[in-house]
Design a protein around this ligand. Structure first.
Ligand SMILES: O=P(O)(O)OC[C@H]1O[C@](O)(CO)[C@@H](O)[C@@H]1O
Length: 542
């Protein structure tokens, strides 16, 4: 069989023609959605979610072409091989087994002669035992009292997913533990946390797969020094989550407990491993973390087994590829109408943009056009009062709206204009999707709305731990499916390296200057030299 190449495939050419057709006025969304059967044909229910793509700029013939593209790309097959432990991360020769971390069916996943699933389940057991010991007070702070503050120290994939889930399930956080995140090397991040915690009752979880990440290492160093200054033994306040054999995987009593992550789970896919497991179990209780895992598992099963025409993450991925590569929208927004999902967009931003922001396909050949989509988002209705002017009348971008049927809080809302808060929220969500699609004629150009602006609505029944797990797994599967359709490898991230290496050069120049202030950053280029001179003097220089 000929190798699949996204931009050389004959279906690519047919989709280019289809995209021209969808630019014709007769295919304006206001005409497409006038069809009574539109929602029935362009929506799907599965994996515990409902996905409505009736307001996407697409017709049945186009969807048929997209499904053929999915078939030609072998995306579903590749997804199933990934789940079974095949080394689909070809540039790093690694398996990709984040789904094994929540696979409760007792089926081994053999990898290089060992059962990867059993290793993950053993870590899960250890998390349960440890968090129960912290909650009971058996493992406690320096003053013998229970830990009250937990601070996650990690960046990128070692933090964003956990922050998303923690915020989403904050309403369930009844363990009397405050959770903070120390990600940035910016001293404001540490300073703000240090001033509000009680160091004696604080547990720091250092999370780094590589245990070489500059920000995390600098923060760990600072924490240890501050604790020693307070007369505390850091070993009694630190827990680590790192990969086997990393520089942080030393044992030797430098921490209370150490949890392993594995090279077959990438940072941005690691929320359901010990990366999310340790802090989320401490914050929410282990049982809730397990319920979250089971929700993710439900969506995984759907993503693996559902036929293409019923497969939510696959359809959502096809539409992103369609919008990005054929209709030419370089960006897309995620707008959840639920404040607990306020950190979903930042998490998916990293998950998706670090995975799919690639210029080469999986065969190492440059793509005709780089892959990936710029992702941003804010909860609605706040977003409406922020950047929706541009969404309606400026440069268009596709929107993924998320609606929740049953909120976490049941309050006596009373009625304002005849409706409660939850109804008001939904009225706004539906209004935005409708207005973006329909537009509005007006003789005054300033008040004219072109419409024909695409959106989807993803509906969840509630924000219980299982539902949040489904949502997380939906976005992971969608990201991977997009990559497989583009024909790229979503599991490496060489693009983040150059900046890190360049920071090393600047760091070195600063260290030389610290040792010898007479050295005026001589080895640097003139632009960067000027900045470091301003930084060391604390003054603006012309
Ligand atoms: O867990 P680590 O090794 O500290 O890496 C943190 C993050 O940095 C990145 O490498 C990006 O810079 C991510 O992929 C990763 O999640």
């Amino acid at each position: 069989m000929a190798e699949y190449r996204f931009d050389e495939h004959e279906l690519h050419g047919q989709l280019v023609i289809q995209a021209r057709k969808m630019s014709d006025n007769s295919t304006h969304l206001k005409n497409l959605i006038a069809d009574e059967s539109r929602l029935a044909s362009f929506s799907v229910n599965g994996g515990g979610l409902f996905f409505d793509y009736s307001r996407q700029r697409m017709d049945k013939a186009g969807m048929q072409l997209l499904f053929e593209l999915a078939e030609a790309s072998g995306a579903r097959n590749r997804f199933a091989r990934m789940a079974a432990g095949e080394k689909v991360n070809i540039t790093e020769n690694r398996a990709v087994l984040h789904m094994a971390a929540r696979s409760f069916a007792d089926v081994p996943i053999m990898l290089d002669g060992r059962d990867a699933r059993a290793e993950l389940m053993a870590v899960l057991d250890k998390i349960r035992t440890f968090t129960n010991a912290v909650h009971s007070g058996e493992v406690n702070g320096s003053d013998g009292q229970k830990f009250k503050h937990v601070v996650v120290v990690g960046i990128g994939g070692s933090y964003l997913g956990t922050e998303f889930v923690a915020r989403a399930l904050e309403a369930f956080a009844d363990r009397d533990i405050q959770l903070d995140f120390l990600a940035n090397v910016d001293i404001h991040n540490f300073g703000a946390i240090w001033t509000r915690i009680d160091p004696q009752r604080t547990l720091w979880i250092i999370i780094s797969k590589s245990y070489t990440t500059a920000e995390t290492m600098a923060n760990e160093d600072l924490i240890r020094r501050y604790m020693i200054d307070c007369g505390l033994d850091p070993a009694k306040h630190i827990v680590t989550v790192t990969s086997k054999g990393s520089p942080g995987d030393q044992g030797g009593g430098r921490e209370i407990a150490a949890f392993h992550m594995f090279d077959f789970i990438g940072g941005r896919y690691s929320v359901t491993s010990a990366v999310g497991g340790v802090p989320l179990s401490l914050y929410l209780g282990y049982d809730r973390f397990e319920r979250f895992l089971k929700g993710a598992e439900m969506m995984d099963r759907h993503a693996i087994n559902a036929p293409a025409e019923q497969n939510l993450p696959l359809i959502a991925a096809l539409l992103t590829v369609w919008n990005t590569s054929f209709l030419g929208y370089p960006q897309g927004a995620i707008i959840p109408y639920a404040s607990p999902l306020s950190k979903l967009a930042p998490h998916v931003q990293q998950l998706n943009m670090e995975s799919n922001g690639k210029s080469v396909d999986a065969t190492g050949r440059f793509l005709a056009e780089p892959a990936g989509t710029v992702i941003f988002g804010e909860p609605g209705t706040n977003a409406q009062h922020s950047f929706f002017q541009l969404a309606h009348q400026g440069k268009p971008f596709p929107v993924e709206f998320i609606g929740v049927l049953n909120p976490q809080y049941r309050m006596d809302e009373g009625c304002c204009k005849g409706v409660g808060h939850q109804q008001e929220l939904w009225a706004n969500l539906l209004a935005q999707a409708t207005a973006l699609a329909m537009g509005r004629e007006n003789d005054d150009p300033a008040k004219y709305f072109s419409g024909n602006r695409p959106s989807s609505i993803l509906v969840i029944e509630d924000l219980e731990p299982e539902s949040v797990g489904r949502l997380l797994a939906f976005y992971e599967a969608k990201t991977v499916y997009e990559a497989f359709i583009w024909g790229i490898n979503p599991f490496d991230q060489f693009g983040v390296e150059l900046g890190k290496v360049t920071a090393g050069t600047l760091r070195k120049a600063m260290a030389v200057h610290n040792d010898n202030p007479a050295d005026n950053f001589s080895g640097l280029d003139p632009i960067n030299r000027r900045y470091l001179q301003m930084l060391s003097s604390g003054k603006l220089i012309d």
